[in-house]
Structures are given as C-alpha cells and as structure tokens.
Design a protein. Structure first.
Length: 132
C-alpha cells in the first residue's frame, strides 16, 4: 500500500540522516586523534558515500532475508554481509578520495569504526523505540 511505502521511505530518510550524523561525528573523533589537519574532504566523502552505500546495504539485507526467510540465522548472515560490504566499499572510497589524509590502514579503520558506531547506536535506538 501507499502508506506502507511512505512510512518505509520516511524510515529510510531518518536512517540516512542518522547514519550520516553518527558517522561524521565518529570520523571527527578519529581525525582529531590522528591529527589530520584537513577534515573537509574526508567528511564530505563520508556523507556522499553514505548516500550511495546505505541503499545498497538495505537492499542486500532486505533481499537476503526475504529470499531465505525460512532459514534460522538469515537475518544475522544478511546483516553481516551487508555491513562487510559497507566497511570494504567505504574504506576504498575513503582511500580513493583522501590519499593525502588517509593511509590504507587508516581508511579501513575509519570505515570499520564509523560503520560500527552507526550500527550499534542505530540498534540501541531501534531497541529503545520498539520497547516503548
């Protein structure tokens, strides 16, 4: 129905904004810790790559769960596949556009930390919402 589509779209927009905010804040902490002088390019890269990667992550997660709904641990497996994609994809995008600011190792660490932060905080918030 149209209402279900509208609410899913609203939820996606909220999730996207939440993801961008959490990942940018986490990235700022890492950039400060690593004493990176120029932050604008890495932060813009994160915001833009979230716009690309979040729909892909949601699609992977949704189709894996729907296509194998009878399997016991499908949701966990789908989440693992989707988040692994996000970490690897975003690490390479970070490196590609920020070679002066980030090494390969730091790009992967940043991607791992920003994705972990948004996944964990998003899970905590969802758990809180569903227990109200």
């Amino acid at each position: 129905s149209s209402d279900a589509t509208d609410s899913l779209w609203d939820y996606f927009v909220y999730a996207l904004v939440f993801t961008i905010v959490v990942e940018l804040l986490t990235a700022v902490l890492l950039l400060k810790r690593w004493k990176v002088k120029k932050w604008a390019r890495p932060l813009w890269t994160i915001a833009l790559m979230d716009v690309v990667s979040l729909p892909i992550v949601w699609t992977i997660f949704y189709y894996m769960v729907v296509s194998a709904a009878e399997a016991a641990d499908v949701a966990t497996t789908a989440l693992g596949v989707a988040e692994t994609f996000a970490v690897v994809f975003e690490a390479f995008v970070l490196l590609l556009f920020n070679r002066k600011a980030l090494t390969l190792k730091r790009a992967f660490w940043m991607s791992l930390w920003i994705n972990a932060a948004s996944l964990i905080l998003g899970g905590v918030i969802l758990e809180f919402i569903f227990t109200l």
